[in-house]
Design a protein around this ligand. Structure first.
Ligand code: KG4
Ligand code: ZN
Length: 345
């Protein structure tokens, strides 16, 4: 079965073609038209501009994805599209396009929750596949969730952020330090500079909710703590790598601590790291090392870098596994599809 995936929930217009059989999936094309350069000028995503750019880019992106995959619309079994959460004016571009194509091509639609898309990025072309029960840590610009999966397409949110998402905290910290958008990769680079200098970090930042009895996160206080430290230090501009390192360490420590607790509590056989912040090399390596050290039999899955930040390959994969688990119940008639900016899991 071939599935066309479409994604436009924030500032990437994306289309991908997935080939699937049984539990095995393979990506034939993965096209992303990013708007980061445009939004970087404003220090964040401007919804009106994002919406206009999506309208211009979504059809050429789909054309390219089909061409690269060397398949025709006729070959498709379904169109998987992000239904939410996200910016409503952005979501509409892929959704309205999917509806038109579903009508013209006479194909069913599979609506996909964006966070579930991030999780299924780790199932693409993977051997061996993750085993259930799975604990997934989804950390992106919009979400920080710990999710338990006991079987395909079965999700229980066991922890979430009470305020800012991990990626959002990175982006806000970068803005405070006068750095560009998105801040995650820039802070990560500065932090790495400090890490390899082998100096001892003198900046102490809090690890919010580290010892709370639940699996929830909170990153807003950390951001404020950083702001106060910067305000007190007249020479902070000279010590940016150290501040970036202190900030990143606080986030990583918290994410690792809660992940280890969740794996233990739910006796997970696999752990999946997902979302834009999963591109962070320090998080990838420290998390893997600590999980494997504590739980010798567990399998840890890190998505390929191309599937960490927003893309349509993950949406096609999530759509396919919904079909794999629920067959025709995964399908939705195009008339019934509506964007839902606050779609719940
Ligand atoms: O998943 P994503 O593309 O969009 C949402 O669904 O929100 O995630 C984007 C987020 C941004 O906040 C960005 O700063 C963060 O992922 N990010 C990173 C890194 N690369 C992207 N954060 C930390 N380290 C990175 N290397
Ligand atoms: Zn995302």
């Amino acid at each position: 079965m071939y599935i066309l995936g479409l994604e436009s929930s924030c500032d990437e217009s994306a289309a991908a073609v997935l080939k699937a059989k049984g539990v095995k999936t393979e990506i034939l094309s993965n096209v992303i038209a990013s708007q980061i350069d445009i939004h970087a000028q404003y220090g964040g995503v401007i919804p009106e501009i994002a919406a206009r750019e999506h309208v211009l880019r979504i059809l050429p992106t789909i054309d390219e994805a089909l061409k690269k995959a060397k398949i025709k619309a006729n070959d498709l079994g379904a169109i998987a599209v992000t239904q939410g959460p996200g910016l409503v004016s952005s979501l509409l571009a892929a959704i309205e396009t999917a509806k038109s194509l579903a009508l013209i091509w006479e194909k069913p639609i599979i609506p996909v929750h964006h966070i579930i898309g991030h999780i299924y990025a780790s199932f693409i072309n993977t051997n061996p596949l993750p085993q259930f029960p799975i604990i997934a840590l989804v950390v992106s610009g919009g979400h920080s969730n710990l999710i338990l999966m006991n079987e395909h397409y079965n999700f229980k949110v066991i922890g979430e952020t009470r305020d800012d998402a991990a990626g959002e905290a990175y982006d806000k910290a970068a803005k405070m330090m006068g750095l560009s958008y998105p801040g995650g990769p820039i802070i990560a680079k500065l932090a790495q500079e400090f890490r390899i200098s082998n100096k001892k970090c003198q900046i102490q930042l809090p690890r919010p909710m580290l010892n709370s009895p639940n699996f929830d996160f909170s990153f807003s206080g950390l951001k404020t703590a950083l702001l106060y430290k910067l305000q007190k230090d007249k020479t902070w501009k000279k010590n940016m790598p150290e501040y970036a390192y202190a900030f990143e360490s606080a986030i990583i420590d918290t994410l690792i601590h809660k992940s280890l607790k969740a794996i233990e509590r739910y006796k997970a056989k696999s752990f999946i790291l997902a979302g834009g912040v999963a591109a962070n090399m320090a998080l990838r390596s420290e998390l893997t090392e600590k999980i494997i050290k504590k739980f010798t039999k567990i399998m840890v899955f890190l998505p390929k870098l191309a599937y960490t930040t927003d893309n349509a390959a993950m949406i096609a994969a999530a759509g396919y596994y919904n079909y794999y688990q629920n067959k025709d119940n995964a399908f939705l008639n195009y008339r019934k599809l509506k964007a839902d900016p606050n779609l719940k899991l």
